[in-house]
Ligand binder design. Structure first.
Ligand code: ATP
Length: 269
């Protein structure tokens, strides 16, 4: 159910340590319902750790977070029931068709048997995969797999959807198709979306609000327009990033992308 009066996601001093490393350092952020928040930062900035805490996969060391109105530490089951999550590494089963992949998730999410076919067909159509439902996923492109996974994560109509680097390793055309479908999900169903990215263009084009993360902290937060205007009349989001963090986001990204893409290709055969 879409939330109206309250924030869909609220973080208050949210912190996670691994030994002496502070991976996420006192994050305080609030996401209005029906908006797309982008956590933007290079590898190691703390984006995935933040998502893991918000999706109840990892307990915070201190601070608190609420998702869809429930505290992630005290009411994790209530949170899980109301969220969808698409992890960074592609996880669809290449040996099954798109439809079969969705069927597994429909069962896991407890979609009633009488509704499964309709919900699955609707989700496939929503993500532009109506024609591909009967095809083995190992024959899908990377962009199609990503869209299938998003379809999978929305079968139970989550209030908040978490996407961890949704277009990593995709070519520009496939990336754009994912953006279009994510936007549609928000526009038509009112889903609140929290996503991580280290692509400037993605943050700029898709996100309503961008939080620039650097070494576990939020260095700046605002709409892409506000962030750019604060740095200079002609500033790009790249320049905004350098301005607030003192370094370029591109550093170190490319090799990791290649490894991830290759790992995915191997998994799907
Ligand atoms: N389970 C863990 N144990 C120890 N250190 C960890 C663990 N998970 C993450 N870290 C460290 O926490 C920091 C933040 O990692 P995180 O994965 O959240 O960054 P990120 O911004 O999502 O980058 P990436 O895109 O590489 O996932 C990194 O220094 C990482 O090495």
């Amino acid at each position: 159910m879409p939330l109206t009066a309250t924030a869909a996601v609220r973080m208050e001093g949210l912190t996670r340590r691994f030994g002496t490393l502070v991976a996420v350092d006192h994050l305080t952020l609030s996401v209005p319902p029906g908006s797309i928040l982008g956590l933007l930062g290079p590898n190691g900035a703390g984006k995935s750790t933040t998502i893991k805490m918000l999706t109840t996969l990892l307990p915070p060391t201190s601070g608190s977070a609420e998702v869809a109105g429930f505290d992630v530490t005290r009411r994790p089951r209530e949170v899980r029931r109301r969220i969808g999550y698409v992890p960074q590494v592609l996880s669809a089963d290449g040996a099954l068709t798109g439809y079969e992949n969705l069927l597994i998730f429909a069962k896991i999410y407890g979609v009633p048997a009488s509704e499964r076919r309709r919900r699955i067909e609707e989700a496939l159509a929503f993500m532009g995969l109506a024609e591909a439902g009967g095809t083995l996923v190992r024959n899908y492109s990377g962009g199609m797999i990503r869209r299938l996974e998003i379809a999978q994560s929305m079968l139970h109509r989550p209030a908040v959807l978490f996407l961890d680097e949704p277009t990593v390793g995709l070519d520009p055309v496939a990336r754009r198709a994912v953006w279009e479908h994510v936007r549609e999900l928000r526009d038509r169903l009112g889903t609140t979306i929290v996503m991580t990215t280290h692509y400037m263009e993605e943050a700029d084009e898709l996100c309503d609000v961008v939080a620039i993360m650097h070494l576990g902290k939020v260095a700046a937060v605002g709409t892409p327009g506000e962030l750019k205007a604060a740095v200079g009349p002609q500033a790009t989001l790249d320049e905004v990033f350098v301005h607030y963090t003192g370094s370029s986001i591109e550093t170190g990204g490319t090799f990791r992308d290649a490894v991830r893409t290759r790992r995915t290709a191997r998994r799907l055969g």
